[in-house]
Design a protein around this ligand. Sequence first.
Ligand code: HEC
Length: 148
Amino acid sequence: MKKFVIAGAFAVSLLGMVGSMAVAADDPIKVREELMEGIGDAMKVLGPTAQGKMEYDAAKVTAALQTIATNSADFPNHFPEGSDAGKTEALPAIWENKADFDARSQKLAKDAEAAIAVSSNGLDAFKPAFGEVASNCKGCHEKYRKPS
Ligand code: HEC
């Protein structure tokens, strides 16, 4: 009987662990930070490429732009009510201007798609399209992200 109780308690604590892991994976703050990190990593390929410091590799450029397009389109889906609290750099202004915030995310996705459309045409075609993509970051961070 005693053995049974101990095993039961162990099973319950295991269940508790699984439960909290599931919550962490669904944590909207984590998800949106990872989406932005992916965008940041993509820029580490695209920025030096635009500056001629990295050889122009159309496949790499396209993949990086695709990450930006996908991640920025999904980004505004991870700001449920209440997720302004906690360990986040997201400012309350996001929830006060959600339509503007969504539009900025979609514009970044659209500019990345436009850059993909010319990415097989080489560096000179890529440069101005990349400029459009990069022009989205600062304005949104200034308005909606805590300065770090
Ligand atoms: C629509 C607004 C918006 C745009 C456009 C945007 N960002 Fe962000 N970014 C944010 C917000 C908001 C956060 C903070 C998210 C949080 O902490 O919950 C953030 C955070 C980040 C982070 C930190 C992620 C982390 O681990 O905490 C990086 C890196 C980043 N952005 C890079 C970029 C780059 C590069 C671009 C341009 C290609 C860009 N962002 C465009 C809103 C934006």
